[in-house]
Design a binder for this molecule. Structure first.
Ligand code: G1P
Length: 276
């Protein structure tokens, strides 16, 4: 029902320098698959076929990854290596890809607003590729959010419980539980100090947003770090309408950190071994 998924992918990935000096952080592989491909697979599994990416300078590899590589295809055609491209070929067949550039790094809210051109006036998913999510029971996290959207028709964010001493890394919510694991948001704070956090329920990089968020973003003042924060815009939306938070089922790896990246690598390497 929701066709579009937006991938903010303009960030520099400085935490992984020098790896990210000439290579976008989103194409860093977990075993043999770039982070961004995991994200696009998750979007497609939620029925989102129209992929929109907000990129920036030095991000050409993202576009190339979702395009044909003639020499390579010619080279491996008819060999047993060809099936290594099966998954990416399927994505290329089933999805369309569009790109726009964010010229300045003015925050996640600004990146999402930059994507308005590609998204238009429809509800859409947002995936932050460096939060790598492995859903539960064969259902990806975006598909879980899409189910909730279908029932309530409002913006939905994915959340998970984090230790109190880590809340400062996240947008944190408070709300009343309306179904098992589903909260109606009453408060939201971007990267609070532990003593100011309304709870330990942290937003992870999966959202479904209704398109009125664009007008709200335009009137949202700069927040934490002087940047335009999607968390602040969602708080305004929650006050005017309703925003839900869903404790997703599955596992998340923060691949923006070394620790999470290594944990994800071990997780998917083990899965590969188990399926051999
Ligand atoms: C962003 C959001 C934050 C959210 C996080 C999830 O922060 O601003 O609210 O909790 O993604 O990964 P970033 O990690 O880009 O600093």
């Amino acid at each position: 029902m929701i066709k579009k998924c937006l991938f903010p992918a303009a960030g520099y990935g400085t935490r992984f320098l020098p790896a990210t000096k000439a290579m976008p952080k989103e194409v860093m592989p977990i075993v043999d698959k770039p982070l961004i491909q995991f994200g696009v697979e998750e979007a497609l599994a939620a029925g989102m076929h129209e992929i929109a990416m907000v990129t920036g300078r030095g991000k050409r590899a993202l576009e190339d990854h979702f395009d044909v590589s003639y020499e390579l295809e010619h080279q491996i055609s008819g060999t047993d290596k060809e099936n290594r491209l099966a998954d990416i070929r399927r994505l290329m067949e089933e999805c369309t890809f569009s790109y726009t550039r964010q010229k300045e790094m003015l925050g996640l809210g600004h990146a999402i607003l930059t994507g308005e051109l590609l998204v238009g006036a429809e509800p859409f998913g947002v995936i932050l590729a460096d939060d790598l999510c492995d859903g539960a029971n064969g259902e990806g996290v975006m598909a879980q959010l899409a189910k909730i959207y279908k029932k309530y028709r409002c913006s939905v964010v994915a959340i998970e419980e984090v230790p109190q001493n880590e809340v400062y890394k996240y947008g944190v919510i408070a709300g009343s539980q309306i179904e098992d694991g589903l909260y109606m948001i009453s408060d939201m704070v971007e990267k609070p100090a532990p003593e100011e956090a309304p709870s330990n329920l942290a937003i992870i990089g999966r959202y479904i947003l209704t398109p009125d968020i664009f007008d709200i973003l335009r009137e949202t003042p700069a927040g934490k770090g002087g940047e335009l924060q999607i968390t602040d815009a969602l708080m305004l939306q929650a006050k005017r309408n309703m925003v839900l938070a869903y404790k997703f089922k599955g596992e998340r790896f923060d691949c923006g950190s070394m620790e999470g990246f290594v944990a994800a690598t071990n997780h998917y390497y083990q899965r590969m071994k188990d399926s051999e």
